[in-house]
Ligand binder design. Structure first.
Ligand SMILES: [Zn+2]
Length: 168
């Protein structure tokens, strides 16, 4: 679980990697840093722009045809340097989760308790994310989920998941 943060919070591309070095040295004259904001680079900007438009993007390899998440400029399965963006269906199922009750990194402390989860996307990749709109006692392995989008401010929207509405 190399992409899991130190407190088990979820990761989207860039979160917790680059922001850490922007910690102010003098806390008294700086605003509170945020550890939840991504730092898009040239590649991941496409992902964040799509998320703001309500689309979840994954990567698809042009050689082995396998999908991956989070999107990278090369295929993590076979190393091929040519991948294309693909809009995921947004359907997934809950693989595992943890209810986070304490997280000292701002602004997560204001959000506890929340559900840090690993979701199996219908296209195959596993994704670290959050599950919202579900009572903790109702969480169950394998439950059907659907992507939703949460505005976290500063111009960023993150993909999260909520229980899928079952067809009548
Ligand atoms: Zn590949």
């Amino acid at each position: 679980m190399a992409d899991t943060g130190p407190h088990g919070q979820t990761a989207a591309p860039g979160i917790l990697r680059a922001n850490r070095r922007e910690l102010p040295t003098d806390m008294s004259t700086q605003t509170t840093p945020r550890f939840d904001l991504p730092t898009p680079d040239e590649h991941s900007q496409v992902f964040w722009d799509a998320a703001r438009a309500g689309k979840l993007l994954i990567g698809r390899c042009e050689s082995c045809a396998m999908a991956h998440y989070y999107p990278r400029p090369f295929c993590p399965h076979c190393g091929w340097p040519s991948v294309v963006w693909e809009e995921a269906s947004g359907a997934g199922s809950l693989y595992t989760w943890s209810v986070v009750h304490q997280n000292d990194l701002p602004p997560f402390g204001e959000r506890v308790p929340y559900v840090a989860a690993i979701v199996d996307l219908a296209e195959g990749p596993r994704m670290m994310t959050n599950v919202i709109d579900c009572a903790f006692e109702d969480l169950a392995a394998g439950m059907a989920l659907q992507v939703a989008f949460q505005d976290i401010g500063e111009g960023f929207t993150i993909p999260v998941f909520r229980p899928a509405v079952q067809a009548a």
